[in-house]
Ligand binder design. Structure first.
Ligand code: PMV
Length: 341
């Protein structure tokens, strides 16, 4: 039986890659406003439901790829050379192998995150998106953003959305071969839109999302309802972005995150990513809303809370969450994100 991953890469890449040039790329991290949880195909990494995210501007990953002058693959992360047997290097090199397909083209891959470690924000989305861009650039592959997004998906699902800035929708598609499972940037800017990241647990060691998804799909009695519910939320969030309706957007985003966590919590044994301090933050947001401050929460596969609000409420949010890292996703980040071609 032919390998579907090999078929995909053969369909988008030339048979023989040229010797790599040096190339550097930047990709922003992203936070899902309508979440992806559950795969319809593990091998091709196809999701059971569509998702929609906001990219985090200058918070992301910068990756530099060049030909290995010493003839041996090497991986550096935040200034340190990693042993090739380390988990991180293995993942990076396995991803590079999807491009190389057996060709002897050793690479030096240098990644730096612009995401503060203390924020507790995961960097796999921006990491794989930047890696995809940098490897494609190094091999002079003339790929479209949609193709880059599809390739990034093999690193992590959410990476498929980190190819773009702003609001990005990843359509689940229906075809078995995944050719209609592709992300797209929404052409809508929302200059007053803000996100505050509230660090609760900066230790990123929790259940990896792929394992958590498999466990939830297999054991949660609530999972049956999730894909349809999540798909409807995704459509609603996209419409709210289009209409710039912050109330509909915020209510949908928060309910979507809570529904995802409720579905996980019903798994056996329990899958819980939230901590007491996460619930305290949620209570603070719910009380703030009762007091007339429009703020909404979302949480991914971790304990940290992200608060959505508008610039007009910045002072109140800063008072409620002095530890929050405030992100302006539509600011001009060209300088911070600059990369050479
Ligand atoms: O990209 P992955 O496979 O690590 O999964 C991401 C899962 C969530 O962050 C919880 C939701 C999402 O859509 O990003």
């Amino acid at each position: 039986m032919p390998d579907p991953v090999q078929i995909f890469f053969d369909s988008v890449l030339p048979n023989k890659l040229p010797r790599p040039e040096s190339y550097e790329a930047y990709s922003p991290s992203n936070i899902a406003l309508a979440k992806y949880w559950g795969k319809r195909d593990q091998t091709l990494n196809l999701p059971l439901n569509s998702s929609l995210s906001i990219s985090l501007g200058h918070l992301g990953s910068k990756t530099h790829v060049s030909s290995a002058t010493d003839g041996v693959d090497g991986v550096w992360f935040d200034g340190d050379k990693l042993p090739n047997q380390s988990r991180f290097a293995q993942k990076v090199l396995a991803f590079a192998d999807l491009f190389r397909r057996g060709q002897n083209l050793p690479l030096h891959i240098v990644t730096k995150n612009t995401i503060p470690t203390a924020s507790g924000l995961a960097s796999s989305a921006s990491g794989f998106a930047a890696l995809t861009r940098a490897i494609s650039g190094a091999f002079k592959l003339a790929l479209s953003d949609a193709q880059l997004s599809m390739i990034s998906r093999f690193g992590s699902g959410s990476a498929s959305r980190s190819i773009w800035h702003g609001f990005v929708c990843w359509d689940r598609g229906v075809r078995d071969d995944g050719t209609d499972c592709v992300a797209r940037q929404l052409p809508h800017h929302w200059p007053g839109f803000r996100i505050a990241v509230i660090p609760v647990d900066t230790d990123l060691k929790s259940v990896p999302s792929s394992d958590g998804m498999r466990h939830t799909v297999a054991t949660s009695p609530l999972f049956e309802a999730w894909p349809e519910h999540a798909e409807a939320d995704c459509i609603r969030v996209e419409a709210a972005v289009l209409a710039r309706d912050f109330t509909v957007l915020g209510e949908t985003v928060e309910a979507n995150a809570l529904a995802m966590h409720a579905t996980m919590l019903a798994s056996r044994p329990v899958l819980n990513y939230l901590q007491p301090a996460s619930w305290t933050c949620l209570e603070t947001i719910w009380n703030a809303r009762k007091a007339g401050i429009e703020a909404y929460a979302t949480m991914d596969a971790g304990a940290n809370i992200k608060v959505l609000f508008l610039e007009t409420n910045r002072t109140q949010i800063e008072t409620l969450f002095p530890q929050g890292l405030i992100i302006d996703p539509f600011a001009d980040h060209t300088q911070e994100c600059e990369f050479s071609k």
